[in-house]
Ligand binder design. Structure first.
Ligand code: ADP
Length: 475
């Protein structure tokens, strides 16, 4: 764990094991923190806040640019840590390292663009000044699926704003978090400004982070169920809250779209990170005129995806995070097949040879998916592409919107009016138009309804760590 600028054990001395999900290899042991450790971390962050918040934006930007440089220099080593601990193929890990580093650069640049406003008064002998101030100590809780970029997406804006941080990474990926903390530490972030508690028991730590009055803000990325619990707890002490939660993304192929192009996009997107992404398509609506060609292209693409240990050459789909994840995907596929869907490729766990030691599910294409199936409503978080044929382009957006989630959505169309009208009608925070990668450090990322509150990335992502101060000045 990292508290007040030092690598420390848990006060209890307890540790827990970190396992490679592809082969069960024991990668090491990390401190198993408890409440008292979280309290120490908050104390350090609280003590460091004043001095850090008083640094100039230029100084903070310089430290962040240093971290960006280090992260790029270490890119290869970081990608190997990620693949070993999280499982995604090495190329995907390298892409995430680059994406994660980009948040640091973006917010380093934004730090120096923070300005205030000079506002009018109704009185001639008064002036108003409005400025942005850092909120204080930030508690950050991060997931395992994007185990580096989800840290930089929170830490970089927090640091740019002048906040200090206590971060709790997911229990599956503490080594990724350690590597990111080494980057920031080596870049010269002062002691106490960033702190990390690793633990195998997140609930007590979550309780401390959401109730301690010294914490001003909670930022969380993870499941809707946990986010709801944490946001409620943090609301009790009126902390500022941003939560990025689950999704159930629709992917709409309009009648005027090119079904082959759309299928290639869907295949590339769906199997990213073995489907373990909150923006992964979970309902693929294909107009009935295109279903045959779309499905054939998708199946042909998916048949070519090699599943296995992400550190091996040519692997396109890595393991799932653990056996419970495989069991959930299996249950959704079995339920769909029992209710009439067909698994055109895949459809089951993979346990042949060396895959038996990991948590693998075959990349799967399901056709004939209908509204009564669990997969139509529940987030899958696995490599399964559910295809739904529709006939009325005027109502497909209503089908897409028929979910409590509101994170990502995709539409394929060659008609500008259809594209714009669909973007306007979809109730989702992130929309890809003929585009399967509608994310970047420079754009707001976040969801509506059960997908969360607040936005990360872009200028909005910085504002989440700031609050407004107004000065009325009599002259
Ligand atoms: P997932 O289902 O994707 O694993 P979770 O919401 O369970 O998502 O996990 C996301 C993050 O939330 C992880 O860091 C995990 O340790 C943490 N977490 C899970 N339960 C709690 C809790 N009760 N209190 C605080 N953090 C929690």
């Amino acid at each position: 764990m990292f508290i007040n600028g030092e690598w420390v054990d848990a006060r209890s001395g307890a540790t827990f094991a970190v396992i490679n999900p592809a082969n069960g290899e024991h990668l090491g042991d990390v401190p198993d923190g408890a409440r008292e450790d979280a309290e120490l971390a908050i104390t350090a962050a609280d003590a460091a806040f004043h001095d850090w918040s008083m640094t100039t934006a230029y100084e903070r930007a310089d430290v962040l640019m240093g971290a960006w440089t280090l992260m790029r220099e270490r890119a290869d080593a970081l990608a190997h840590v990620m693949t070993a601990e999280q499982g995604k193929p090495l190329r995907a890990s390298a892409a995430e390292v680059a994406y994660g580093a980009d948040f640091i650069r973006w917010f380093a640049e934004e730090a120096r663009r923070l300005t205030g406003e000079w506002l009018p008064s109704a009185r001639s002998n008064q002036r108003f000044l409005s400025v942005q101030a850092p909120v204080g100590v930030v508690a950050a809780i991060t997931p395992w699926n994007y185990p580096m970029s989800m840290l930089t997406r929170k830490m970089a804006p927090a640091l740019a704003a002048g906040c200090t941080v206590v971060l709790k990474p997911a229990e599956a990926t503490p080594l990724n978090a350690r590597a990111i903390f080494e980057v920031f530490h080596d870049a010269g972030v002062p002691p106490g400004v960033i702190n990390m508690i690793t633990t195998s028991q997140p609930a007590p730590i979550g309780d401390v982070l959401t109730t301690d009055p010294r914490v001003a803000k909670l930022t969380f990325t993870g499941s809707t169920a946990v986010g709801r619990v944490l946001a409620s707890a943090a609301g009790g002490s009126l902390k500022r809250i941003s939560v990025e939660l689950g999704g159930h993304a629709p992917f709409i192929v309009m009648p005027d779209a090119d079904p082959v192009h759309a299928a290639k996009g869907a295949a590339a997107l769906k199997f990213l990170n073995a489907g373990q992404a909150c923006i992964s398509p979970n309902r693929i609506y294909v107009h009935q005129d295109h279903v045959e060609q779309f499905t054939a292209t998708m199946v042909e693409r998916v048949e070519r995806v090699k599943t296995g240990n992400g550190s091996h050459e040519g692997i396109g789909c890595g393991p799932l995070v653990n056996d419970a994840a495989v069991a959930k995907v299996e249950a959704q596929v079995d339920d769909a097949v029992a209710k009439g869907a067909s698994a055109l490729v895949g459809g089951s766990r993979l346990t042949d040879g060396e895959l038996a030691a990991g948590h693998f599910f075959a990349p799967t294409v399901l056709s004939g998916v209908t509204t009564d199936m669990a997969i139509y409503r529940e987030e899958t978080f696995g490599p399964v592409a559910p295809i739904i044929a529709y006939d009325d382009p005027d109502t497909v957006v209503d089908l897409a919107n028929d979910t409590n989630y509101g994170l990502a959505a995709y539409v394929y169309t060659n008609d500008l009016s259809t594209a714009l009208r669909t973007v306007e009608a979809l109730r989702f925070g992130i929309i890809g138009v003929n585009d399967v990668n509608p994310t970047s450090a420079s754009v707001p990322f976040g969801g509506m309804n059960d997908s969360g509150l607040g936005r990360e990335g872009a200028r909005e992502g910085l504002l989440e760590y700031l609050e407004t101060k107004t000065a009325g000045i009599a002259i």
